[in-house]
Design a protein. Structure first.
Lengths: 322, 374
């Protein structure tokens, strides 16, 4: 809206933030285009929220620079605030006010009034299907509904950019789906969305992703790109003595991860030319029979876990060297 | 301005839903007013008294009767030795004993000096003061009367004392505690409400995560703070009006001075407490902590401001502390205006000190507040 459509909505260059001795975010650079749903992935404490807070202009970066909706994050935070919506992991509606009162309040602090405000509230209420619950106290809504009302409230002023900080933490799967449908609807209307999550299934619903771990950016790209770049291959096996088989395979060179899904064992390998031969060979040597073998598809979670493992190993190596 | 109003509106909507807080805002002043007004009474009347009459003369009975008539003493029993008096006092049955020695009446009749003893329970100093003062003045009056009687009858004898001091009490001639306490309560209640509720209102937003939501919105810090405290300023004035009205109707507390002046000067006091509330909100992490800190602040205010105990009686260090408390200065202003009809020039000094405190608290609060929200 306020930014020309060709220019990226978010540009971060070498953003860093230190709290005392701890680098919460270190040298993060990323670009988000208009209309994208951009996912930021990482475990708790990885630096996701700190990054968002810097991009919103409420936390000064220790180093680096950035611009959001065309404004500088260090010097023009007031303009940024007017052009963004923001919703945190902790549900931030007023629980002792009704659905409609909450929306009215948020519309007002974004400068809406009179008929425009009223019409907008009506539109949003009907969009999320809450017309008949407008007088309900927000605190009495179920978790999933609360998130949807919060999302509606934080986009009540039609912001060109929306920040969602772990919006679905602790919400049941069905509600999460509804919520993501709502996110896609918002994005289809031209709003750019930056969302943090640690749910991998949600990551696959984003247009592009960034992996953050210990404040550092490990990878960016579309989900397919990120997975492909990691060069993982997944084998799915049904074997005898599954626990023992798992223990054995974890020690094999090139095996990144072994997971059990019921009877099926999922093994991710990296830099292994022929995973089937390697795995079968190891199991045969241990006299463990293989009932079935098939090739699986690596997903975002595999890629993420593999990157975290490598990062851990590198750090451990550095510490030993030191 | 629109955003400021939106916040004030939101605050009022929440307040209306929060029955508990709303009830406290009206309930606390009314209950405190009735408790302090009715129950706390330093002008002690009807003190239980025992009589140890060793004389059994018409004069000794007359003395006891005169004491009773003052309304300060009720005879609850007669005893026959000092040990009985001590026992009655230890049991809490009596606080005062009058001891009339043998030949009391005889001495009086002979025109000689007669002595009676008043034994007072000193474990409660305020009772002592009331008990002795009344008896002393009664004794003096009685002596005078006896002397003039003798003068009339015989035409000779002691002349009444040439010098006498007649105390005249201004502004609260009947020395009613309620009249002294009620205006002070305005200050105490405002301290409590302004401090506690503003601190809690802000801490609550932080606790529930809504403060972060407001920080990323275009709402400025100043708009946020003012929007949140405006409803409480209104409530403060409502409470003040409530106390003054009930005080007038129930306890006949006079209003000698100008009401608009009082309301105008109260603004500095209210603002100082609001700033303190903001300061507390930057330290407290939970509403519970905010409440505890508020009570921690209330205690010296009630004890050292001159609300409960006279300022003049405090040791010097305590007086210094009390100078820092906004309540100390506001008490002098509110008592001055309501009871003595003080005009602005007469309370200007206290008002300036209040402004100084206000300035310091605002600086403290805004420095802390900026840091915390940043």
């Amino acid at each position: 809206m306020s930014a020309p459509s060709a220019a990226p909505v978010i540009v971060a260059e070498h953003l860093s933030r230190r709290f005392g001795d701890l680098w919460a975010v270190r040298d993060v650079s990323l670009t988000v285009q208009r209309g994208e749903i951009f996912g930021v992935l990482g475990p708790n404490g990885a630096g996701k929220s700190t990054t968002i807070r810097m991009l919103c202009g409420i936390l000064d970066p220790t180093g680096g620079k950035g611009s959001v909706v065309g404004f500088d994050i260090a010097r023009q935070s007031e303009q940024i605030k007017k052009n963004i919506g923001y919703m945190t992991q902790r549900f931030s509606l007023y629980e002792d006010m009704t659905v409609e009162e909450n929306m009215r309040f948020y519309a007002s602090i974004y400068g809406m009034s009179g008929r425009a405000r009223k019409e907008r509230i009506e539109t949003v209420l009907s969009e999320i299907g809450l017309i008949d619950r407008r007088k309900q106290i927000a605190g009495t809504l179920s978790g999933g509904w609360k998130q949807r009302v919060a999302l509606a409230s934080s986009t009540i002023h039609n912001p060109p950019l929306l920040f969602l900080d772990e919006p679905t933490a602790g919400v049941d799967p069905v509600s999460r789906r509804h919520f993501w449908d709502q996110i896609h609807r918002i994005a289809d209307l031209g709003t750019t969305v930056l969302v943090t999550t640690h749910y991998m299934d949600e990551a696959e619903r984003c247009h592009r992703l960034a992996f953050i771990f210990r404040g550092t950016l490990l990878a960016t790209g579309t989900p397919t790109e990120v997975v492909a770049a990691r060069g993982l291959r997944v084998s799915e096996l049904e074997t005898e003595r599954t626990i023992e088989a798992g223990e054995l395979l974890r020690k094999a060179p090139g095996v990144e991860e072994v997971n059990h899904f019921g009877h099926i064992m999922r093994v991710a390998t990296r830099s292994v030319d022929d995973p089937e031969r390697l795995l079968r060979g190891m199991l045969d040597a241990a006299n463990i029979g293989v009932h079935r073998f098939q090739v699986g598809r690596p997903n975002v979670e595999d890629a993420f876990v593999s990157m975290v493992r490598e990062d851990d190993a590198v750090r451990a190596g550095k510490q030993e060297a030191a | 301005m629109r955003r400021l109003l939106a916040i004030a509106w939101k605050e009022l909507v929440q307040l209306r839903r929060d029955r508990m807080t709303f009830g406290m805002m009206v309930g606390i002043p009314v209950i405190q007013l009735l408790v302090f007004g009715y129950a706390i009474n330093t002008d002690v009347r009807h003190m239980p008294m025992v009589v140890y009459d060793q004389d059994h003369s018409a004069e000794s009975r007359d003395l006891v009767e005169r004491l009773v008539i003052t309304g300060f003493y009720d005879v609850v029993g007669y005893v026959h030795n000092y040990e009985d008096i001590a026992r009655e006092m230890r049991a809490g049955h009596t606080h005062v004993a009058v001891v009339i020695p043998p030949r009391f009446g005889e001495a009086l009749r002979a025109g000689m000096s007669a002595r009676a003893q008043l034994v007072v329970d000193g474990s409660d100093p305020q009772t002592v003061a009331s008990a002795t003062n009344t008896a002393l003045s009664l004794g003096a009056a009685y002596a005078l009367e006896v002397a003039s009687e003798r003068l009339e009858k015989t035409g000779r004898g002691m002349t009444p004392a040439a010098l006498s001091i007649e105390p005249t009490t201004w502004y609260n001639p009947e020395l009613k505690t309620a009249i002294f306490v009620v205006p002070g309560l305005v200050g105490v209640i405002l301290t409590m409400t302004m401090l506690m509720f503003t601190a809690m209102a802000i801490v609550r937003e932080r606790e529930r995560g809504t403060l972060e939501q407001l920080i990323v919105s275009p709402v400025g810090r100043v708009e946020l703070v003012i929007g949140k405290i405006v409803p409480y300023i209104i409530i403060g004035y409502v409470q003040m009006t409530l106390i003054l009205t009930i005080g007038r109707k129930v306890f006949h507390v006079p209003l000698q001075g100008s009401l608009p002046l009082l309301y105008a000067l109260a603004s500095a006091f209210i603002a100082a407490n609001l700033a303190l509330g903001l300061f507390v909100s930057t330290i407290a992490k939970t509403q519970q902590q905010a409440m505890q800190m508020s009570f921690f602040w209330m205690l010296p205010n009630i004890l050292l401001s001159g609300f409960a105990f006279p300022y003049e009686g405090m040791p010097l260090p305590a007086q210094w502390i009390s100078q820092v408390l906004p309540l100390t200065h506001f008490l002098r202003i509110v008592r001055g205006i309501t009871l003595k009809g003080a005009v602005f020039a007469e309370v200007e000094g206290e008002f300036l000190r209040l402004l100084l405190i206000l300035f310091v608290t605002v600086v403290l609060a805004s420095v802390r507040f900026r840091k915390k929200l940043g």
